[in-house]
Each structure stands twice: as C-alpha cells, then as structure tokens.
Design a binder for this molecule. Structure first.
Ligand code: A3P
Length: 306
C-alpha cells in the first residue's frame, strides 16, 4: 500500500509488463489490470507468487478486505481474541507493535490479504479455511483511501485532486478495485458458505463492537466462556483495539511498518479519524449522487445495503 516506483527484478516483471495499464493515484505508480482488478506492480509479484505457491492449512483464518475498510482494526481484534490466553494487559504485543506486524505472527493461524475473492490462492478454497471479510460504506472507503494516498506521498509530490481520484474510483480504478466488485465477491461467498466466510461491515462493528467481537470469536472457533464474559474480557479486547487506544500508542504515533523494505510506511498513516460518515465533510452533492448511484446499481438485488 505504499511507496511508488521502484524496480522489480523478477521473472514476473515480463508478465506484468504485458498487462493493461492505467495511471494510478500517485505519480510514477501505474495500476495494472490483472484478473479483473487493478494493482500496483510492486504488489503483483507477491500476488502471483502466492497464487502459485501459497499452501493454506485447514485451520488458517484469512482476514480479507479492500484497503481502508477496517483492516487494521480487524487485525487487532482477531489477534487480541485468539491470543487472549497468552498475554495479559501489559504484555500484549498490540501495545508495542502495529497490528499489521501482529498478523501474521509465529504459531498463530491468522493471515491477511487484500485480494478479491476469486483471485485467492486455490489452496485457500481447497483447504476450506475460514475467511473473515470486512467492508465499508463506499464513500467512506473512498475518502479514507484518498487521504491515505495523499499522506503516503513525499511532501514534494503533487497530490491527486479529490475529483480525479473519485473519477477513477467510480470507474473501478483503485487499488484492488472495482471496489464494489471486491465487496460483492465476498458477499456472495458469505451467502453461499456462511460457516466459512464471515462478512462484516465497519459501520456495524462501530455501532455494536461488543456483539461483533463475540461473533468473531464464535466464528473463529474460540468463543468466550460465560466466565470470561462476566469478567469483562470482551470489553477489555474492545478497549485495547479501539481507535483511541491504538492511535495513541507510541508505536503507532512514531513507529514504522516494513521499515527495512522499500515499502516502509509510518504507522500513523493507518490511523486517521476512525469515524463513520466522514465523507460528508469532503464530497459535494453531485459526487455523493454519483457514488450512491453506482452502489445502488451494483448492489441491487443482492441484499447488500449500507
Ligand atoms: P479513516 O481514514 O476514515 O479514519 P485500513 O485499516 O483498512 O487501512 O483502514 C483504515 C481506516 O480504519 C481509517 O479510517 C482508520 O482511521 C480506521 N481505523 C484504524 N484503526 C481503527 C480502529 N482501531 N478502530 C476503528 N477504526 C480504525
């Protein structure tokens, strides 16, 4: 999700160079069209490798999302749930490590991806491992993504204007987009196989966090006991993973993610406002209408609503 324009010295380079291309939301970083979605070349190499070689185990839990829809929060919550017997309030790695570096974690079954459902490595399908998907209201996902892309760019780089970014987003040209197709892929899978695919919305998680933490624990096969519930364990996980707690930790204010790689990113870019409906502060009526119309068209008859 980060830094534009470094070279790709691999056997995949040639294959990537044959793919349809479109300029991305950053200078010098083109999107490539691969298997129906748009992606930067520096992620495509890993994607192609994972599709060829990744071997899922039946106990794995795959956390999936389009960018900026609640990935960081989902990683923190699932990590806190599955490790609740290993750490106490002061030793939890979430206090000193950005959630993106807690997933994956040695000996834990959690893995994360932004890939669309139909592009997941075959072994994820054949091993029947569980998938948790989080999505977000499209206008909020767009606003969050636009801010994120602007923050990633070095100061001297010109930012993509909101209007131009929205135009691309609406045309489906965004990281792992079309956004609506990404959501629909997992939505349909969750309807077909609810015991294997849990579909969550950022907005629901915000409005009833305790309930969805329990839903997550049940789904992942580690439900809270009555004793745990009465001791306030669910509440503690909610507080530990809240935007307020995580965004105020030193590691997330000043630390770096992937610090030794060309994709090094400051941890604070993953924490902006954490609100529902921030689009109201950025989009004109016309822009709102344009996005809402696409949402209505794409989701009509699917049972999915925001
Ligand atoms: P905003 O830009 O609207 O504030 P992702 O984790 O998929 O990159 O998504 C980032 C969005 O989730 C950002 O939204 C960010 O502020 C928000 N976020 C990060 N951590 C969160 C948390 N613990 N609780 C709620 N929202 C969180």
């Amino acid at each position: 999700e980060s830094s534009a324009g470094f070279s790709l010295p691999t056997k995949y380079k040639e294959k990537i160079s044959t793919l349809p291309k479109h300029h991305g939301w950053r200078v010098n970083a083109d999107f490539y069209h691969y298997q129906g979605f748009w992606c930067y070349s520096f992620f495509l190499e890993g994607i192609m490798k994972s599709q060829q070689h990744f071997q899922a185990q039946s106990g794995d839990i795959i956390l999936s999302s389009a960018p900026k829809t609640g990935t960081t929060w989902l990683k923190a919550l699932t990590f806190a749930i599955v490790t609740r017997h290993h750490f106490d309030d002061s030793t939890n790695p979430l206090l000193t490590t950005v959630p993106h570096e807690c997933v994956p974690f040695p000996k834990l079954p959690l893995l994360a991806t932004h890939l669309p459902y139909t592009s997941l490595p075959n072994s994820i399908m054949s091993s029947h491992c569980k998938i948790v998907y989080i999505c977000r209201e499209p206008k909020d996902a767009f606003i969050s993504l636009w801010h994120f892309i602007c923050k990633l760019a070095p100061q001297e780089e010109e930012h993509v204007p909101l209007e131009a970014a929205l135009d691309m987003f609406c045309k489906g040209i965004s990281q792992y987009g079309p956004y609506w197709d990404h959501v629909l892929g997992y939505w349909k899978a969750s309807l077909e196989c609810p015991e294997r695919v849990l579909f969550l919305k950022y907005e629901d998680l915000k409005s009833d966090t305790l309930h969805y933490i329990k839903t997550l624990a049940d789904f992942m096969g580690c439900p809270f006991s009555l004793e745990e519930e009465s001791e306030g364990v669910v509440q503690k996980i909610m507080n530990l993973c809240s935007f307020e707690t995580l965004s105020n930790l030193k590691v997330n204010k000043t630390g770096m993610h992937r610090s030794t790689t060309p994709l090094a990113t400051k941890n604070d870019v993953y924490f902006r406002k954490g609100n529902v409906g921030d689009w109201k502060n950025h989009l004109t009526d016309e822009m709102v209408h344009r996005v809402d119309q696409i949402t209505e068209q794409k989701f009509s008859g699917t049972g999915l609503m925001f």
